[in-house]
Write a protein of this length. Structure first.
Length: 337
């Protein structure tokens, strides 16, 4: 809003009957009446805040560019006399506009581009000679008619405006800059769910990019592509080295490899206690082992860090505990080796 301040003096023997405000956009265009005290229709934008004694101010709400120009006031007395203001005030409407120029000429702003922002004031016939202040997200960052952003990065994304340094409250429209870039900081994390953490493994691929990642491709080292899709989650089927590759319209990036390897976690066992002593104990213990090995099925189970596997020998686990099953009685004897 803007207030055109106005005051007048009248002799005591003259009383004002009518007040009229007119607007002339230019000398080549005829004027129009914007306020008439004799017209009782409500006006939404033009408000007469004066009276018929001394004040004749006019308030304009929601100022538009078309409101620029000269304003003239006219009085009529009860004797039908007419007076007009000698020199009507001229209103200039500041119309700031941000002009964007880029090196690549495309609408999309991507990382590495050079962007120039120029603040133009129509009151100065588009001559960028006014003193301007530049703002990013409401915070002042620079002064001058132009703002040069070289080799832009995601940190340059934000809302830019300019304003007249000498006119508080003037501001251009918002110019939003959204810097796009290819995938960055691509990583793979391993998560597990459920009680058996060795077999419920999920790989999650994460990456920063603008626009967001469009495709995820999972690779297993020394193997073919194992999965391509739009989801960052992958459930591997076996052990090995995995990595993910992510892609958007500006490029792609691979993660480092994650190794799902075997690390044995041998089961706890309780050794057989024999009620003998000395050399007799050792001899009898060895005899029992030989007898069990010859008569019954022999299995060694090794639990790995990511997957549970059954081994056909004890080489996979150091200091492994073997589990013997006596098939005929369905009994189990744990012997620590």
């Amino acid at each position: 809003s803007v207030v055109i301040h106005c005051s007048f003096y009248r002799p005591d023997n003259l009383r004002v009957k009518r007040v009229v405000w007119g607007h002339v956009k230019s000398r080549h265009v005829s004027g129009r009446v914007i306020f008439d005290s004799n017209v009782r229709r409500a006006t939404t934008r033009y408000q007469y805040t004066g009276d018929k004694y001394h004040s004749c101010s006019l308030k304009i709400h929601k100022v538009l560019q078309n409101d620029a120009g000269k304003y003239i006031i006219t009085f009529n007395s009860f004797k039908m006399d007419t007076w007009r203001g000698n020199a009507g005030p001229t209103l200039k409407v500041v119309d700031l506009k941000v002009l964007v120029t880029k090196t690549n000429g495309n609408e999309t702003m991507k990382e590495g581009d050079f962007v120039n922002l120029t603040c133009l004031n129509r009151c100065d016939a588009r001559d960028p000679a006014s003193a301007f202040t530049w703002f990013k997200n409401g915070e002042p960052i620079n002064e001058g008619p132009a703002l040069y952003l070289s080799n832009i990065s995601p940190a340059n994304s934000g809302n830019y405006t300019c304003s007249l340094k000498t006119q508080a409250g003037t501001s251009s429209g918002v110019m939003h800059i959204d810097v796009e870039y290819g995938p960055k900081n691509t990583t793979v994390s391993v998560s597990s769910s459920g009680a058996d953490t060795d077999s419920n493994i999920t790989l999650v691929c994460s990456s920063h990019s603008n626009p967001p990642v469009a495709n995820y491709t999972w690779f297993k080292i020394d193997a073919d592509i194992v999965e391509v899709g739009h989801q960052p989650i992958f459930i591997p089927g076996d052990r090995g080295q995995y990595l993910c590759s992510v892609t958007n319209k500006h490029g792609s990036q691979n993660s480092s490899t994650v190794n799902l390897k075997t690390e044995c976690k041998c089961s706890h066992t309780v050794p057989v206690v024999l009620p003998v002593c000395g050399a007799i104990k050792l001899l009898l213990f060895q005899t029992i082992l030989d007898s069990i090995y010859q008569r019954y099925s022999y299995h060694c189970y090794c639990r790995c860090c990511c997957f549970a596997v059954e081994c056909d020998n004890c080489n996979c686990c150091p200091k492994v505990s073997c589990i013997y099953f006596i098939s005929s009685f369905n009994e189990r004897v744990d012997v620590a080796l």
